[in-house]
Design a protein around this ligand. Structure first.
Ligand SMILES: [Zn+2]
Length: 77
């Protein structure tokens, strides 16, 4: 696994759902692997904020990858 999730390398395999400057949310369209568990995630959130709250109603698993300046959160459904 690389040290950092490279969303640009797999950009064409994901659908952009939300982009608020320091928070970006994508949906998986092509079995892009989760940086934490290696299985295809459902959605991935990239946030540079210090805090974030999640609604997990439709997620079976939540994976987190900590990067120096960013938090990567994947949901599996
Ligand atoms: Zn995962």
């Amino acid at each position: 696994m690389p040290d950092r999730f490279d969303q640009h390398a797999v950009r064409h395999r994901m659908k952009l759902l939300r982009s608020d400057g320091d928070v970006t949310l994508y949906a998986n369209r092509d079995d892009v692997p989760c940086p934490a568990c290696g299985e295809a995630f459902g959605r991935i959130l990239l946030t540079e904020r210090r805090e974030h709250s999640f609604d997990l109603a439709d997620a079976d698993r939540l994976c987190v990858a900590r990067e120096p300046d960013r938090l990567v959160v994947c949901t599996h459904d």
